[in-house]
Design a protein around this ligand. Structure first.
Ligand code: SAM
Ligand code: SF4
Length: 322
């Protein structure tokens, strides 16, 4: 379906839980946050029903995210159900990778098409101070296991000044010998992200160019997102930049979000959302369809991340689904 500005909306990101086994400083406070009561969280059946309606309206790609999707029991079963929906071509997941090795076989059998692994540092001490947990080795094992299963892998990196900005090079090198894409995502002023100082994608690109010479833009389609990619000669994978703060890609935005508590969010930047949980629970599927259409039609033209006073979203990234 097209939104009010003629953009085709075919991509849905679903937060299946607000819970997480890490405490990334830009996402959650160290002491954690009160979890939502499970009664407030959409059941897997409700998510599946919503996705069936979405597929009828043109959603063809789904990303399962959170919180940490793999801390919710039965996540591979949900993936399998979503893959079976007519019209859904691709189901992928964004995970911190801590539990990936444990669930990898189940996820692959369920038909997961690709995985994004969030990894901001390769230094165990920095990892522990950034995430509050000593789990770097688990993420690395998950990453290796995913590659050895032949799963498509992207590594998502958020660099912050004075914390891990010196690691642009060793993180880029992950794409040297393995066919994975490393993507530098600019820190956005959502939730606890307002506290940190991010690094512009162009700054990293400049450093890469100083090291490797002019880099060829990789125009091959890499996924559903707004990333621009370059290739480094001799590298098996590409390096991508998702520069929400410095490059506006809203005119080609194709996505909607569904929060863990059942609210459709047309844009990450604004608080406006469209609740569908009670409609799902009372079996009013026609009502859900109408709300979904309305949410698509009312998708804002663009975000306003560079004008902090205009950001109306107050929820945390874990609730919205990053
Ligand atoms: N727990 C999973 C993970 O970390 O991959 C999925 C949810 S997490 C919210 C999804 C992504 O959002 C992660 O790559 C994380 O680095 C990113 N993220 C969280 N807060 C952010 C912020 N303020 N700005 C940019 N990216 C952010
Ligand atoms: Fe958890 Fe992902 Fe947020 Fe880190 S970024 S605290 S892993 S939800």
């Amino acid at each position: 379906m097209q939104d009010g500005l003629g953009r085709t909306i075919d991509y849905l990101r679903i937060s299946i839980t607000d819970r997480c086994n890490l405490r990334c400083k830009y996402c959650m406070p160290e002491e954690g946050v009160p979890w939502r009561d499970m009664k407030e969280i959409l059941t897997y059946e409700e998510i599946e029903t919503f996705c069936r309606i979405g597929a009828e309206l043109g959603i063809s790609k789904i990303k399962v995210t959170g919180g940490e999707p793999l801390v919710r029991k039965g996540c591979p079963g949900l993936i399998r159900k979503l893959k079976e929906i007519p019209g859904i071509r691709e189901v992928t997941m964004t995970t911190n990778g801590v539990l990936l090795e444990e669930y990898l076989d189940d996820l692959c059998h369920a038909g997961l098409d690709a995985v994004n692994i969030s990894l901001d540092t390769l230094c165990p001490e920095v990892y522990e101070s950034l995430t509050g947990r000593p789990y770097l080795f688990k993420v690395q094992k998950g990453l290796e296991a995913a590659l050895s299963q032949g799963l498509k892998v992207k590594v998502n990196v958020v660099l912050q000044e004075g914390i891990n900005d010196g690691e642009w090079k060793n993180l880029t090198e992950l794409a040297k010998d393995a066919p994975l894409d490393v993507r530098f995502i600019e820190l956005m002023p959502i939730g606890y992200g307002k506290r940190g100082k991010g690094i512009a994608g162009d700054e990293i690109l400049k450093k890469l160019t100083q090291d490797f010479g002019p880099l060829k833009e990789d125009v091959e389609i890499h996924g559903n997102g707004p990333a621009r990619y370059v290739r480094i000669p001799g590298y098996k994978g590409s390096v991508g930049f998702i520069s929400a703060m410095h490059v506006k890609f809203c005119d080609s935005c194709n996505r909607l979000r569904l929060t863990s508590t059942g609210e459709i969010k047309p844009c990450l930047c604004y608080g406006e959302s469209f609740p569908i949980r009670e409609l799902l629970r009372t079996g009013d599927l026609e009502g859900v369809r109408e709300i979904l259409k309305e949410a698509i039609l009312k998708k804002p033209a663009e975000h306003c991340f560079t004008e902090l006073e205009k950001i109306t979203e107050t929820k945390r990234m874990t609730e919205i689904g990053g």
